[in-house]
Design a protein around this ligand. Structure first.
Ligand SMILES: NC(=O)c1ccc[n+]([C@@H]2O[C@H](COP(=O)([O-])OP(=O)(O)OC[C@H]3O[C@@H](n4cnc5c(N)ncnc54)[C@H](OP(=O)(O)O)[C@@H]3O)[C@@H](O)[C@H]2O)c1
Length: 340
């Protein structure tokens, strides 16, 4: 197939491009030339889809499908979808499960209420505070121009794997590789649901090749690891002597430790988050999604980091992680706490 990938140089797009080339497709990428490098073997077009003039390079070109892995601003996606609706008959958009409004129950499926996105909303891609609303606006921009039969909306859950451009798993791997006693949050049995970027890529390309339109939550059908297993996998992958020290959430709050931002992937228990790691992936599974064992994602992410890989976060993303000074203070406070 002749595939056009918008972007294609960072994480999800990069993986899709590399896999598409491996499948023998002709791949054209379209980006500004600011992030990463185009993968060898693509035809690289330069342009900026934040303006009408920026899409000129696409005029007069025809493709079998467009894949848009990184759209964050509805107006940019709308412009792209409008420009290509006549020249590329299928559009695959990588969205996010953040489009759903509520996380209070497990089993959120594709029919759950989404944020009210607006297809022509413009703005700064670095403004990530309204990610869910804006990604929904991007979905609508594609749906309005292609119709649901000719577009794939792949609502990915939290994505991990080589070339990660967010940084949660890389932070844990890097911390654990340093060894020693590691502050570990909450209940080690808390279940997590994480998807490998290569499984997202395989699913998207399979659907594109089959021209199978529809909306899918691209997540493992069941939570596929726990916080405890994740840290154990990190210890195994890095060969470290690290020993997790599990602390209850109340203690961590009393020490001013920030969930998620300081200890990545730690989302405290609560009624509003009960379904966060238990989204339904049944629809994608029925459509062919297969997910690898999570330990493989941890191992391969470490291999990537060890071979010089660096997390290149997107503009607007906040850095993750607890400082080692704060971690030592909290560990000391834990050791000094009065016996229960
Ligand atoms: N990580 C997660 O846990 C997670 C979870 C759910 C969903 N997602 C979604 O997955 C996607 C990840 O995308 P990615 O960053 O990995 O995609 P990518 O395609 O690998 O990288 C983003 C690309 O967009 C290009 N780009 C940015 N602004 C542009 C513009 N104005 N015109 C043309 N090209 C532009 C960048 O290149 P230039 O800068 O050179 O133009 C870059 O090549 C996002 O949509 C995210 O919402 C992520």
């Amino acid at each position: 197939m002749r595939l056009l990938v918008i972007g294609g140089t960072s994480f999800v797009g990069r993986t899709i491009v590399s896999d598409a080339l491996g499948r023998g497709h002709e791949v054209t990428t379209f980006n500004r030339g600011l992030t990463g490098k185009d993968i060898e073997g693509v035809e690289a077009l330069r342009g900026d889809r934040s303006t009408d003039e920026g899409l000129q390079q696409l005029a007069g070109r025809a493709f079998d499908a467009v894949i848009d892995p990184g759209g964050l601003v509805p107006a940019h996606v709308l412009r792209t979808a409008r420009a290509l609706a006549e020249s590329a008959p299928f559009y695959a958009f990588v969205s996010t499960t953040a489009v759903y409004q509520a996380w209070n129950t497990a089993g959120t499926d594709e029919s759950a209420a989404t944020w009210p996105g607006v297809a022509d909303e413009d703005g700064d891609p670095a403004d990530l505070a309204r990610l869910g609303v804006r990604k929904r606006g991007c979905e609508l921009a594609v749906e309005q121009n292609y119709g649901l039969d000719a577009c794939l909306v792949a609502r990915a859950g939290l994505i991990v794997g080589p070339h990660d451009n967010v940084g949660q798993l890389p932070w844990w791997l890097t911390r654990i590789a340093k060894g020693g006693r590691v502050l570990a949050p909450g209940d080690p049995a808390r279940r997590l649901q994480l998807i490998d970027v290569r499984d997202v890529s395989t699913f998207v390309l399979d659907q594109v090749e089959a021209r199978a339109g529809g909306i899918h939550n691209v997540v493992p059908d069941e939570p596929n690891t726990t916080m405890g297993r994740l840290l154990d996998d990190c210890v195994r992958a890095t060969g470290s002597n690290a020993v997790p020290v599990w602390m209850d959430e109340g203690f961590l709050f009393s020490q001013g430790v920030q969930p998620w931002a300081e200890l990545p992937l730690w989302l405290p228990d609560g009624p509003d988050t009960a379904g966060f790691w238990a989204v339904s992936g049944a629809g994608a599974k029925a459509a062919g999604l297969r997910t690898r064992p999570f330990g493989e994602s941890v191992r391969d992410t470490w291999e990537w980091l060890r071979s010089g890989g660096e997390v290149q976060t997107t503009p607007g993303a906040l850095p993750f992680g607890l400082s080692s000074e704060k971690e030592q203070q909290v560990l000391a406070a834990w050791d000094a706490r009065p016996a229960a």
